[in-house]
Design a protein around this ligand. Structure first.
Ligand SMILES: [Zn+2]
Length: 132
């Protein structure tokens, strides 16, 4: 067809690249759902100091599965849009086998329940500044 091929073969496939990018891959929603169980949440919010993680792993957003460098950054994050969007996404309970059966006409149908997901409470770590 004369001249050079001008067609771009990779237009608009950035989403594919993102999907397969693994370096900054965060947890999936169902994994986070698991993390929200009180036992797991407790552990995640009280992690041991790990200097490989941002902020030594001491400022963690449970719902976004992200570490922040300090408490201020964490609080800023709570106010931000990505976090609010995440909370909304987590309000839908993950699919269960029961629901699948109900949809297939086995058993009675339960509408997916909405639940309230709240931002974790920020634990103000008291520095020993007032005393001494
Ligand atoms: Zn968050």
């Amino acid at each position: 067809m004369g001249r050079q091929k001008r067609k771009k073969y990779h237009r608009g496939d950035t989403f594919i690249q993102k999907k397969f990018r693994t370096r900054r891959r965060t947890k999936d929603l169902d994994q986070i759902d698991d993390d929200m169980k009180p036992d797991n949440a407790e552990k995640l919010l009280n992690q041991d100091i790990d200097h490989d993680l941002p902020g030594a792993g001491q400022n963690y957003c449970l719902h976004c599965a992200k570490h922040f460098v300090d408490l201020r950054a964490l609080k800023e994050h709570f106010k931000g849009r990505p976090h609010k969007r995440r909370l909304r996404a987590l309000k839908d309970q993950p699919y269960t086998q029961k629901e699948a059966e109900a949809a297939a006409g086995m058993g009675s149908y339960y509408a997916p329940q909405k639940r309230t997901v709240e931002t974790q409470k920020v634990i103000e770590k008291e520095m020993d500044q007032s005393e001494n």
